[in-house]
Ligand binder design. Structure first.
Ligand SMILES: Nc1ncnc2c1ncn2[C@@H]1O[C@H](COP(=O)(O)OP(=O)(O)OP(=O)(O)O)[C@@H](O)[C@H]1O
Ligand SMILES: [Mg+2]
Length: 372
């Protein structure tokens, strides 16, 4: 089981210095608007994923008038202590694990299986397929060792093929990339499809726990990123699609179909989730998806995820907040929550709870005020 024990920040957003010693259960950060609550969640997410969920410009994370930010955390993983750190100075990022420099973000991410729920999380259903691909790829990355190399290979080859298409190089020089593209797509497809198949029963279980009122049957349909027919003619897998699409890809100057277009369709009783669920139910459905991932991850890796939830009261009503917190407690998932008021968060297990107050970037631990 992985548990975060400490987070230290220096010059991150409006937080000059902070040190938080976490509990294994509920960690609640309370403060007014603009106090720096989201900044704490954002710092952890930045360490685990290499990017913020709020900005594509990482320099914005560095506190004004300071040259550098530091994010450090300590983690217990299989009874071993890991010290993970990130420092950013303008465009330069250094990642360290137990004092040694890491070459890739993926090495860091593998140690920090974080999941994130924010008031924007329902975008997973609302927006284009990118967020859904990221969702399933999070699971594939943590479950299959072969996923990252296949994904990297696919991205590299796709870039080369698109470059050749854009430059209108001779057919041969474009088709040189077809075989490696098809090979990497085949591997990715197999892992994604396997993952969604394994995940679906867990999603059903957590939908039932969070929304027992929903009677319609849920289906999670994985879409590989290429069609089953082109111009009403059946195609035989991705190899056939690439061949049949060649003239069109040439004309468009890019590869139309492939793993970069994969998606998942969530349906209740045959209707798209987005069309049948209320806004609140959409948020609960995203919670069910994350809990399902957490549970599957726990079953397959014997580690556990750490759940970050920014502004929980904005996400869910009182009854569903309690249901979610009970599920997190029962699954032994460490969780870090933010809220504008402490009394909006039920404290189910005072011995496994820590509370902090944050004010203008300055944070201090307080006693939970309402046990039970
Ligand atoms: N690079 C930076 N340096 C200093 N301060 C910053 C920087 N970037 C953002 N801020 C400030 O940090 C503060 C913290 O914002 P944050 O979004 O974390 O607050 P919050 O507690 O989550 O508020 P809310 O309840 O409104 O969501 C804001 O006042 C913002 O203006
Ligand atoms: Mg916030």
């Amino acid at each position: 089981m992985s548990k975060l024990t400490t987070l230290k920040l220096q010059h991150f957003r409006n937080i000059d210095q902070a040190c938080l010693e976490f509990s294994d259960g509920l960690n609640l950060i309370v403060g007014d608007n603009a106090a720096g609550k989201t900044a704490i969640i954002e710092a952890l997410w930045t360490l685990a994923s290499g990017r913020s969920f709020r900005t594509a410009k990482p320099q914005q994370l560095i506190q004004f008038e300071h040259p550098e930010l530091v994010i450090f955390c300590q983690l217990i993983e299989q009874q071993q202590t890991l010290n993970l750190g990130l420092s950013r100075h303008a465009d330069q990022v250094t990642l360290k694990c137990n004092g040694e420099t890491l070459k890739t973000q993926a090495e860091m991410s593998a140690h920090l299986p974080l999941q994130l729920l924010t008031p924007e999380s329902h975008r997973l259903l609302e927006e284009g397929p990118k967020a859904r691909r990221q969702f399933m790829d999070w699971g594939c990355f943590h479950q299959f060792k072969a996923f990252l190399p296949a994904w990297r290979q696919y991205q590299r080859v796709l870039k080369q093929r698109n470059h050749a298409l854009k430059k209108q190089l001779p057919d041969q020089q474009i088709q040189l990339w077809d075989e490696p593209l098809i090979e990497a797509a085949g591997k990715i497809d197999e892992m994604r499809s396997d993952y969604i198949e394994q995940l679906t029963p867990f999603v059903k279980e957590f939908c039932q726990a969070l929304m027992p009122e929903l009677k319609a049957t849920l289906s999670c349909q994985y879409l590989a990123g290429w069609p089953k027919t082109i111009n009403a003619k059946a195609v035989d897998g991705f190899t056939d699609v690439i061949q049949q699409q060649f003239a069109k890809d040439r004309l468009n100057g890019h590869t139309q179909y492939g793993s970069h277009r994969a998606d998942i369709k969530f349906k209740f009783g045959g209707q798209e989730a987005m069309l049948t669920l209320s806004r609140g139910q959409q948020k609960l459905f995203v919670c069910a998806l994350l809990l399902a991932q957490a549970c599957l991850y726990q079953n397959t890796s014997h580690h556990s995820v750490i759940m970050l939830i920014d502004d929980l009261p904005a996400e869910l009503d009182a009854h569903h907040r309690t249901t979610l917190l009970k599920l997190l407690d029962a699954l032994d998932i460490q969780h870090i929550l933010t809220s504008t008021a402490e009394n909006l968060i039920p404290i189910l297990n005072p011995e496994k709870t820590r509370v902090w107050q944050i004010e203008k970037g300055s944070i201090h631990q307080t006693m939970p005020t309402r046990p039970g």
